[in-house]
Design a protein around this ligand. Sequence first.
Ligand code: ATP
Length: 334
Amino acid sequence: TRVLGIEGTAWCASAAVFDVTGDDVRIFSDAYQPDSGGIHPREAAEHMRSAIPAVVAEAVELVESKHGAPGGAIDAIAFSRGPGLGPCLRIAATAARALAGSLDLPLVGVNHMVAHLEIGRHRSGFDAPVCLNASGANAHVLGYHDGRYRVLGETMDTGIGNAIDKFTRHVGWTHPGGPKVERRAKDGEYVALPYVVKGMDFSFSGITSAAQDAIDDGTPVEDVCRGLQETTFAMLTEVSERALSLTGADELVLGGGVGQNGRLREMLETMCAERGASFYAPEPRFLRDNAGMIAVLGAKMYEAGDTITIDESRVRPDFRPDEVPVTWRADDGS
Ligand code: ATP
């Protein structure tokens, strides 16, 4: 099976080719970089519109150069249906429909958050892991039960990446803020910030405000960065541990752009080691938004016969992972 995937939920216009034989994933991406502030939805859509044709052309050319005419060399076109920014999703979906229609290929509509999870499961070979999705616009802990990935815990307000980026905008740093916070935190002393876990859910907005106040009060930025990372990542680690305990799973995978953070990976790794669980974080190109994960899950769905017609392919800006019937794995009922 060979699937061409298209990703366009927000900032990353991306296309990829996944060959099941050889487990080979080639990704072509073009990132939107705001001049100032965070992601502006209208600018993100303009970037998506101008960037999608070139990345899709690169993926098609790769197939053509290696395997001949794409219509005969690709089995399906997969695209991210949501969640994400509506205007961006519609542009990527239009490209996917045009390609599927013109090449007469089936279309696969992929949930972006399930793709963040499945790429970790695919690369690790784990069977039924708990997954921590720590991305820009989202933060949730998922566990597999009875044919679906259930949301065991999630943010009650913003995504973890957005919380960090909001803080760095206050400091005056350019987007994305996460890598800058990681670098500066290494030189900082821990400062306490509000730790908010309620049941299995967590909240970041109060922490962002407290971190901004600490900067305004003259606390060194390195120290606030350190406090911000230690606090938010400890919350994510606590809920991940409770999800492992609750489900009896002994495997944890990480997904999403904030998963590129070494300190988050270290905390999760330590927690897993202490309870005898296995931990896997995919390489950075599969953590941040990318079409590789869309193509990989698209191939699994295609092989399971989980395709949609163009008429059924409307985008879903609020698409939740627990709405997706998991058609591509054998269900042992556990
Ligand atoms: P979603 O997948 O929920 O739609 P998204 O499209 O914003 O979210 P991702 O690519 O998963 O995107 O994540 C982007 C986020 O990752 C940004 O908020 C960025 O600051 C954060 N990030 C990137 N590198 C790091 C890092 N080293 N440490 C912490 N955060 C990071």
